[in-house]
Write a protein that binds this ligand. Structure first.
Ligand SMILES: Nc1ncnc2c1ncn2[C@@H]1O[C@H](COP(=O)(O)OP(=O)(O)O)[C@@H](O)[C@H]1O
Ligand SMILES: [Mg+2]
Length: 317
């Protein structure tokens, strides 16, 4: 069953250089208990997506259905008391989420006051300890410490412990392992996989690092400048990439099991221009682009089971 259904979602930012169509007609489903990867270069709209699903942004149009209900109409109260108990998030920079003047334990305060006000002091301590042990931390080593006394990996684990304490149905992880060293990265990824297996938590794994996305995701969407270029079953997308953009991305990954950073062409400096393209946004960079590519936006076509591509090479007219 689909936990999250995103339907023709759009958000346009107004800028002096014209509208930035950060998400422009994207649809996908996240099933219960799956890790869903959103991958693409910087500027493709990944973080905007996460913020839309967290309702930190309101879409220009389209629907976001969570457990079948459109969350775009939820008011503050509904979000606070219900939605954020089911949907939690972890971001890129763990240091930014802690007050440097407070002991790290204080990070748990809001979770208890918002979602678990009935829990007494003693039980609360035990719950925090258990949550910390669940993410591979020794409570005695981290509790009572200040952020600067801990590593980035430890802080990120504390934030994951906090996010998972309420046993959310969906965890949004936006470049959540970016600032961790390589071995900690894999540990944290395995941790997310573990939680999925144990509690059926779905994870929306947002990354610009294809190798990490491949490692953890069951399904993957490849985004380019606010649009879907390819999506579906991770194995199919990575082993049989159809879109010239996906092919280019994967060619620049020397070994998919090795850490990889995008080293291709920088996204266009002229923000506005790319969003005024009527057709495929990748056309200006695409070696296979034809006339039609600039004029008509290719439709998403299911080329093989659970493997979709939006490209005129596959009859997306
Ligand atoms: N508040 C904003 N106002 C204007 N443009 C924005 C804003 N936030 C993001 N953008 C633009 O939207 C596009 C997508 O950004 P983002 O979602 O952060 O992409 P990603 O996370 O994939 O790097 C970028 O071109 C970015 O500059
Ligand atoms: Mg981002």
């Amino acid at each position: 069953m689909s936990l999250l259904e995103v339907r023709d979602l759009k958000i346009y930012y107004r800028t002096p250089m014209g509208p930035v169509k950060a998400v422009d007609g994207v649809s996908f489903d996240v099933r219960e208990g799956e890790v869903f990867g959103i991958a693409g270069e910087s500027g493709s709209g990944k973080t905007t997506f996460g913020k839309l699903i967290l309702r930190l942004l309101t879409p220009t149009s389209g629907k976001i259905l969570f457990e079948g209900e459109d969350i775009t109409g939820f008011g503050k109260k509904r979000l606070k008391t219900d939605y954020y108990r089911k949907v939690q998030a972890v971001f890129q920079d763990p240091f930014a989420s802690f007050n440097p003047l407070h002991e790290v334990d204080r990070a748990f305060d809001l979770v208890f006051s918002s979602f678990l006000p009935e829990v007494g002091a003693e039980e609360r301590e035990e719950m925090i300890n258990e949550a910390l042990r669940n993410v591979g931390l020794n409570p005695a080593e981290v509790r009572g410490k200040y952020p600067h006394q801990l590593s980035g990996g430890q802080l990120q684990r504390i934030l994951i412990a906090r996010a998972l304490l309420v046993k959310p149905k969906l965890l949004i992880a936006d470049e959540a392992v970016l600032m961790l060293d390589a071995s900690t990265r894999i540990d944290v990824l395995n941790l997310l996989g573990d939680f999925r297996d144990r509690y059926g938590t779905s994870v929306l794994f947002v990354t610009h690092d294809l190798a990490l996305g491949y490692y953890i995701s069951d399904s993957t969407i490849i985004m380019y400048r606010g649009t879907t270029v390819e999506m579906g079953d991770t194995e199919r997308v990575f082993h049989n990439p159809l879109h010239p953009y996906t092919q280019m991305l994967l060619e620049s990954v020397p070994d998919i099991n090795v850490k990889w950073e995008f080293k291709g062409i920088e996204p266009e400096k002229e923000e506005g221009a790319v969003y005024s393209i009527q057709g495929c946004r990748y056309a200006p960079r695409c070696p296979k682009a034809r006339d039609v590519c600039f004029k008509v936006r290719p439709k998403l076509v299911e080329v093989e089971r659970n493997h979709w591509v939006a490209c005129h090479l596959y009859g997306g007219e």
